[in-house]
Design a protein around this ligand. Structure first.
Ligand code: RUQ
Ligand code: CUA
Length: 660
């Protein structure tokens, strides 16, 4: 600027700035439309490739990185401060260059944090968090009227313990519509809408304390299924409280659309994890405490526990025939060993004796076998699902029982004939050959191909799309419970350690590629190729019930002696009302719409001293209701850094003292 020029009008400068920003954003938006079909290049030559080719390209990039010998180029390049790349023999790299996208979505359960985490694979970068059973002040989940009601109506708890995320399926493949996850603590099942990455339903299942195992019924998500882990009296109303013989564990089916509880089945022993066959008939549950004891010594006394095979159509038939007792409005079918429904030639539940306190159940991709690992036995028991219907002797359905190592917990698959089992006690992932295990003697170690050390004490283990009928191989994540010495010390509560392991298509050796600290405490995860998820970037106002507020609508309407409805828009950089006045004691319903149509421009609505903050995304409308208890001035301000004048984006709420 030359000295003679007069200073420019700040408004003009701002307008220019906004215009530039708009055009930058418009440019960001349009190329995305063309990324539909695996074209992830974003202008990098040679990377406009399909998935397999992309992996190869990733390998090349990784090799260059190690030649340079500079972790700032590779590790730093993926933008993931928490990831530590290990120099690798095969050159497998999880680096995703700046500006590029990951190939897969990973959905992590957050355990007792109550949330889900979305992590990109292979970079392991955290993309977002989805509050489910917790409140979240960044999004306003639990603060806005709809989300507060959701949490209140599902029990009013302020936390949950989510363990097992499951993607909805059509024809045995992920359809990208919903994710279902359990709350172990309070016996609930939640649904997350994958168009908006938002929790949209939570069911508080009656009669059950703790839902641990949770899965969808393959191949078409007819039900969301849950295992009640803790045995309690039925109903749990004080009757039989001191009589553990009358406690029971329940299996539940919830409708995936209405999210209503359909029926329950009571069984002997404690239920644990559940997975289903691929044809919609069998749900297999691991179980422990067939002793039905109430202390740990009693629970682990016997050498065997009974895995349960639930015959879903047979249970539906029993419900239809009225063969149930109704408890708290839910049909409960008797699936205990003595039940008359288990005596004929089509029992509703088959009991399959399995060594010591089995924990995991995972059904392999072709649906032939369920893999059950006994945490106190060094073996994995393979149950032949094709033999299940006709066998009268439960021992006949055991197709194989390889000895894999100490503390086997969970098993995953690469789709090319290999199983990978986590070993909690040995701190290893063991890769073994499924067909070789069928051929081998029980207890043989011959099917084992290799073992990879992990750090430390793994629980779940998941490979790409391993729960579908067509797993993708390439990457596996070991969710380790402990990290011990792997990271800088951060006080006594250390992070977990999710380790990324390259497995290729099963022909190569397993290779540990990255450590990734995780806030306590993920249990399980599930991966979907990015093309299977269609996340919207702007809200569609037809998708929600709240009334869209336009600039003309902005205003205050008195709706009763002690209630007002305040409506206002949000846009860069102003609220629809610069100020508004209410009376002390008014119940204020505040409705806000973000009238911008530009992606990534979020406004926040924070009201000091009223415990309110929430986000409004483009074209979204959110409502919050509160009481204006204290006279005074309250500056409502925007909490998302939306523009150069973000700090000035404010509205003034004046609460006038009540008269007299
Ligand atoms: S569990 S560490 Cu809650 Cu899935 Cu097996
Ligand atoms: Cu709107 Cu900051």
């Amino acid at each position: 600027m030359s000295k003679n020029e007069t200073p420019r009008d700040p408004n003009e400068v701002l307008e220019e700035y906004e215009e530039t920003l708009d055009s930058v954003l418009a440019e960001v938006e349009s190329p995305d439309e063309t990324t539909e079909d695996d074209d992830i290049s974003l202008g990098l030559p040679g990377l406009s490739l399909g998935r397999r080719d992309f992996m190869k390209a990733g390998v090349a990039a990784g090799a260059m990185g190690s030649v340079a010998g500079c972790s700032a180029l590779t590790g730093g390049g993926d933008g993931s401060a928490g990831s530590q790349s290990t120099p690798s023999g095969s050159g497998a790299s999880h680096t995703v260059e700046p500006g590029e996208h990951d190939e897969y979505y990973g959905f992590w359960s957050g355990g007792h944090s109550g949330e889900l985490r979305v992590i990109g694979i292979p970079s392991m970068r955290e993309l977002t968090r989805i509050p489910v059973f917790n409140t979240d002040c960044a999004s306003g989940y639990g603060f806005t009227d709809d989300t507060r009601e959701l949490l209140e109506e599902s029990g009013g708890y302020s936390w949950g313990d989510n363990h097992h995320p499951n993607l909805s399926e059509t024809d045995g493949d992920y359809d990208g519509e919903y994710l279902y996850v359990n709350d172990k603590a309070n016996g609930r099942i939640a649904r997350v809408n994958l168009t908006y990455f938002e929790t949209d339903a939570i069911t508080d299942v009656p009669n059950m304390q703790a839902i641990h195992g949770c899965c969808v019924l393959s191949p078409d998500t007819k039900y969301v299924l849950g295992n009640g882990e803790f045995r309690v009296p039925l109903p749990n109303d004080g009757t039989d409280a001191k009589n553990p013989d009358n406690y029971t564990s329940l299996f539940v089916a919830v409708d995936p659309e209405s999210m209503e509880t359909q029926w329950q089945v009571k069984v002997d022993g404690n239920l644990d994890i559940v997975d289903t066959g691929k044809e919609g008939r069998w749900a297999i549950s691991s179980a422990y405490n067939s002793e039905e004891a109430t202390d740990i010594q009693g629970m682990t006394k016997d050498d065997r526990d009974n895995v349960k095979a639930f015959d879903i159509p047979a249970i539906e038939q029993a419900v239809e025939n009225g063969n149930y007792e109704e408890v708290n409005g839910i049909p409960v079918v008797d699936g205990t060993q003595e039940s008359s429904l288990n005596q004929g030639d089509r029992p509703i539940v088959k009991y399959i004796p399995t060594p010591k306190s089995p924990h995991c159940v995972e059904v392999g991709p072709n649906g032939d076998y369920a893999f059950v690992a006994g945490k106190l036995s060094p073996t994995v028991t393979m149950i032949d699902l094709n033999a299940l219907a006709d066998s009268s002797d439960p021992e006949d359905v055991v197709a194989g029982r390889p000895r894999v190592g100490l503390g086997p917990l969970h098993t995953t698959f690469d789709g090319n004939g290999h199983a990978y089992t986590s070993l909690f006690i040995d701190s290893q992932a063991v890769k073994w050959d499924i067909e070789a295990a069928v051929e081998a003697e029980e207890g043989s170690e011959d099917p084992i191909i290799e073992k990879q050390d992990v750090h430390y004490n793994p629980g779940h283990i998941q490979a790409l799309e391993a729960m579908t009928t067509d797993p993708d191989g390439e990457w596996l994540v070991s969710l380790n419970k402990l990290s011990k010495d792997r990271f800088l010390p951060v006080g006594p509560i250390m992070p977990d350690n999710d380790q990324l392991i390259h497995i290729g298509q099963g022909e190569e050796e397993m290779e540990l590629v990255a450590d990734h600290p995780a806030y306590p405490e993920p249990h399980d995860c599930v991966f979907a190729h990015k093309d299977k998820i269609d996340a919207k970037k702007v809200y569609d106002k037809d998708d929600y019930e709240e009334t869209y507020i336009t600039e003309e609508d902005s205003g205050v309407e008195r709706t009763g002696d002690n209630s007002v409805h305040v409506k206002m828009t949000t846009k860069r950089s102003e609220f629809g009302l610069p100020d508004f006045t209410v009376q002390e004691g008014d119940e204020v319903k505040l409705s806000t719409t973000n009238i911008e149509g530009v992606q990534d421009i979020i406004h926040g609505v924070a009201i000091p001293e009223h415990d309110i903050n929430y986000a409004v995304a483009p074209q979204d409308t959110r409502e919050v209701t509160f009481t204006a208890d204290d006279p005074g001035v309250y500056w409502i301000y925007c909490t998302y850094f939306c523009s150069a004048l973000h700090l000035e984006m404010r509205s003034r709420m004046i609460v006038e003292p009540a008269e007299g």
